[in-house]
Design a protein around this ligand. Structure first.
Ligand code: FAD
Length: 602
């Protein structure tokens, strides 16, 4: 094995150039550190660019508001599984974070008085569960686009070093487990590079591609989560996956909640506004888990729309041409392209779509990765950070509120950046890489080098599945996830899902790339991504089977109610032996009184 790979040294490495990675990079580069940012796509193509609705902050520009009400809504939205210290921190930091973005050049929509426009979103209330609030700061329905471009430009100014279209393979560490960078692959040339750094931040975004129908981009394959798993780090709360209520039926493409925030509403096959029955007060703006379940229930009970009665309709035509053109131009475009209709004239057919991972790499509120250290204790993995959708801080608990993810990535990206600055002050020197750690990473990549004749590396009976290509296996896998880990879960179906995933994992071990794939590295990248997705899919399925209650997005037919006595705890899934552990929820906030679990009504 060739261990004389080219090496580059930076003070700090960030894997991922979405909102989380770029906001961290900006803090670091502005403080004078040498920052490397690796991204498998050009930075402004990261999924953050697709965020439509906006970012939450209690600015009180449209209606009265306070960070404390925002905190209450987030705790309640999380179905009381979120850590309240992290939630308090995020809701307070929201306000300066949005002003910082404004100063960085984000062109927010404006009110007539010049202040930032704020729209109503689901699960937002005034006064601890009172009247609807308007907390979501928006740049029309293209907020993520505006945020990502502003942050990218600021990073160019600050001289952040970008490795565009480089694919991170695995984390590198020293003998004591300190994180020291990553092995990366230049996609165009296929050349490998070792990036050595004093700290490493994983900011690789979500994993929505594990489901067949999803709002997520093709690149959201959970790579960073899988890298953590391979490094022996568990993933937290993976059973909680958010299905957004309004994907375009059959396509999955997202229609933002902002549509309902602006006054759009859902109707079933009988033309009824069915949300009135499920959430008498908040109706269409109840939290996402509730609205998604209501849609599926309507359809299961025969009240869907269309010939097959397999979707419901989202009406906006009553809002009028002007509001649609001004506040929802992107949605109109999506509906035209993906559903072939103009929402100003006709309702949009919708069905829940896999959208967001509440779970991820466990961190504290400084973005530091924390792992169990025996007997209920926890320890920080030195030099390793995670932020954004790949991380679990945990502010979303069992269900995330709309507009809280852009907030999460910005607040915790920035917090991680600040903590890294302090860490590097105390640990100013590079440390030697452990050779075994590098060898493991290289072997992981070499596994997909094009060696058609070699015997499969997998143990036991695994045969090379000649006829089953990486792409076919990927589609098989995504269908298993959709069928066995969706909106409603039964024990039988979940157990069957885990069984089928194990079979897919075995098949994958036997798979090799054909020689001609050398032409491009795309085949290699797709294989690496599939490996990552299968690891993350298994984390979701095993964690779901383990949690014997219904809470937030996790809804089981055999345990239909929330069980606070047994289950006020986070799950931790370890890749080795598909093992689960649990740890208690941190229900004590930083300065205010905590919100104890209560019934969640909207
Ligand atoms: C359609 C859509 C609309 C949304 N709307 C909203 C909204 O209105 N409000 C809200 O709050 N949230 C919204 N969300 C959620 C939110 O946008 C995301 O959770 C958030 O943007 C994720 O940001 P991130 O920085 O964690 O990751 P991303 O923006 O996904 O970036 C991930 C980065 O990691 C890089 N990467 C990944 N793997 C590798 C690898 N192996 N090697 C190198 N680089 C890698 C990618 O290239 C990319 O740069 C929406 C999500 C979707 C899908």
């Amino acid at each position: 094995m060739d261990m004389t790979l080219p090496r580059r040294r930076f003070d700090t490495l960030i894997i991922g150039a979405g909102g989380a990675g770029l906001n961290a990079a900006l803090q670091l580069a502005d403080s004078g550190l040498r920052v490397a940012v690796v991204s498998k796509v050009f930075p402004t193509r990261s999924h953050t660019v697709a965020a439509q609705g906006g970012v939450n902050a209690a600015l009180a520009n449209v209606l009265p508001d306070s960070w404390h009400w925002h905190m209450y809504d987030t705790v309640k939205g999380s179905d009381f599984l979120g850590d309240q210290d992290a939630i308090e921190f995020m809701c307070r930091e929201a306000i300066p974070t949005v002003y910082e973005l404004e100063h960085a050049g984000v062109p927010f929509s404006r009110l007539d008085n010049g202040k930032i426009y704020q729209r109503a979103f689901g699960g937002q209330n005034q006064d601890f569960g009172g009247p609807q609030a308007a907390r979501t700061c928006a740049a029309a329905d293209r907020t993520g686009h505006a945020v990502l471009h502003a942050l990218y430009q600021q990073n160019i100014r600050a001289k952040t070093h970008f490795f565009d279209e480089y694919f991170a393979i695995d984390l590198l560490r020293d003998e004591e487990g300190v994180a020291l960078g990553a092995l990366v692959l230049e996609i165009e040339s296929g050349d490998t590079l070792v990036i050595e750094a004093k700290t490493t931040l994983i900011a690789t975004g979500g994993c929505g591609q594990v489901f067949r129908t999803t709002s997520n981009a093709r690149i959201n394959t959970g790579d960073g989560m899988a890298m953590a798993l391979r490094a022996g780090i568990p993933l937290q709360d993976m059973e909680f996956f958010q299905f957004h209520p309004t994907g375009i039926a059959g396509k999955g493409k997202l229609i933002t909640e902002a549509v309902r925030g602006e006054g759009g509403y859902l109707i079933n096959g009988n033309g009824e506004r069915f949300m009135e029955r499920y959430a008498p007060t908040a109706r269409d703006l109840a939290s996402r888990d509730l609205v998604a379940r209501a849609i599926v229930t309507e359809i299961n009970e025969g009240r869907g729309c269309g010939i097959n009665k397999d979707y419901v309709l989202l009406r906006v035509d009553h809002l009028g041409e002007e509001i649609i053109a001004k506040r929802l131009p992107g949605i109109r475009e999506s509906a035209r392209i993906f559903a072939g209709l103009d929402p100003a004239l006709e309702p949009i057919p919708v069905f829940p779509t896999a959208h967001y991972s509440m779970g991820g790499i466990p961190t504290d509120r400084f973005g530091r990765v924390v792992v169990p250290a025996g007997e209920g204790a926890e320890e920080v993995v030195p030099g390793l950070y995670a932020a954004g959708e790949c991380a679990c801080a945990s502010v979303h608990g069992a269900n995330r509120l709309g507009g809280n993810s852009l907030l999460d990535i910005l607040v915790f990206g920035r917090a991680a950046g600040k903590d890294i600055i302090d860490y590097i002050k105390e640990n100013p020197h590079h440390r030697p890489l452990s050779e075994p750690s590098l060898e493991r990473a290289v072997a992981h990549l070499d596994r997909w080098d094009h060696q058609p004749e070699k015997k499969p590396a997998g143990k036991g009976k695994a045969k090379p599945a000649a006829e089953s290509s990486v792409r076919e296996l990927r589609e098989e896998f995504r269908k298993v996830m959709e069928d066995h880990a969706g909106v409603f879960r039964t024990p039988k179906s979940m157990a069957e899902g885990v069984k089928q995933l194990k079979a897919i994992r075995r098949k994958l071990r036997g798979l090799r790339l054909k020689d001609q794939s050398r032409v491009f590295n795309i085949a290699r990248i797709e294989a690496l991504e599939l490996e990552n997705m299968v690891d993350v899919g298994m984390a979701i399925a095993v964690s779901a089977l383990g949690r014997k209650e219904s809470r937030g997005a996790h809804s089981r037919e055999d345990f239909p109610v929330r069980d606070d006595r047994q289950w006020m705890k986070h799950s931790l899934y370890f890749r080795e032996k598909d093992r689960l552990e649990y740890k208690p929820v941190r229900s004590k906030p930083l300065t205010v009184k905590g919100f104890p679990p209560a019934e969640r009504v909207y």
